[in-house]
Design a protein around this ligand. Structure first.
Ligand code: 2AM
Ligand code: CA
Length: 265
């Protein structure tokens, strides 16, 4: 394991312990509106402080982009992309699906390391470019299912922007027909990690930010999956829409996204 991945793992586990200590115990005064229907808690902030200080101590020349505002320009060209708590709304409601997501991109903007840690289950998903993806140290692979009747597909339902809601619903109707079931976990990092290990056969969501998906994108790719934007571009950081799947499911979802989201691309 590289020292970069080691640092990310240690930071994610420490943040996970911070989150777990407060899980189910959050006071209303510790929850703050950030934007319309978007919240931040004192726990998000504490996790971010802990992760940001660990990364900047270990790699002071690297840049950093964190959801709750911690940032560093850096001089190395590398960038850490951090979601200190993905699934904040779940956390607020004591719904036990949330994760810490930490990724590193290199000077060419390629994702080179990623960690998604789900503290409630003590599940640690890790990947480094070119060396595969792992769950608690064991190799993971995307699913090999090829019968749509068996597909379990994850998605994110629009929650604050509605100009693409009709497109989303028409695509959803098709996926309902062409799968065994749909799940909306409320954490894109977990959706992607679960796609990487084959629990989900695919995942799609239209509006996401790099901190939600960067680590998960590397996990899926290193687990043998395919990730693109809704227009089929593999440089997802530029697009904010994600389709992640297997060599079987990705093309099926991409075709539907191109059909239904044409006016939004
Ligand atoms: P967050 O918890 O880090 O903000 C899935 O739809 C993604 O959208 C999640 O990864 C979540 O990341 C973000 N999100 C922000 N506000 C949300 C909301 N009100 N409902 C669902 N997801 C939300
Ligand atoms: Ca978050």
């Amino acid at each position: 394991m590289s020292s970069e991945l080691d640092t990310a793992v240690t930071a994610a586990k420490k943040a996970g312990a911070i989150a777990l200590r407060k899980f189910g115990e959050l006071d209303l005064t510790e929850i703050h509106p950030k934007e319309y229907k978007d919240f931040v808690t004192e726990v998000d902030k504490a996790c971010e402080r802990s992760i940001a200080s660990a990364i900047s101590a270990a790699f002071p020349d690297d840049g950093m982009l964190c959801e709750e505002g911690s940032a560093a320009k850096g001089s190395s060209g590398r960038k850490w992309i951090v979601d200190p708590l993905d699934g904040t709304l779940n956390f607020i409601h004591s719904f036990p699906v949330f994760a810490i997501s930490i990724a590193l991109s290199d000077a060419r903007n390629d994702l080179v390391a990623g960690v998604v840690y789900q503290p409630v289950l003590d599940e640690l998903f890790t990947a480094e470019k070119g060396t595969g993806a792992y769950l608690n140290g064991s190799p993971i692979h995307v699913s090999s299912r090829n019968n749509p009747e068996q597909f379990l597909i994850a998605t994110g339902i629009p929650f604050k922007e509605y100009h693409y809601l009709e497109s989303y619903v028409s695509m959803l109707k098709e996926v309902i027909h062409d799968s065994a079931g749909i799940r909306r976990a409320g954490s894109a990092a977990i959706d992607l990690a679960y796609t990487a290990c084959g629990r989900f056969d695919a995942f799609w969501e239209y509006k996401l930010f790099p901190w939600d998906f960067s680590a998960g994108v590397l996990l899926v790719r290193e687990a043998g999956g395919i990730v693109t934007s809704f227009s089929g571009n593999s440089d997802v950081t530029e697009h904010h829409s994600i389709i992640a799947g297997t060599p079987v499911t990705h093309p099926l979802l991409l075709e539907k996204a191109k059909k239904h989201f044409q006016e939004h691309m």
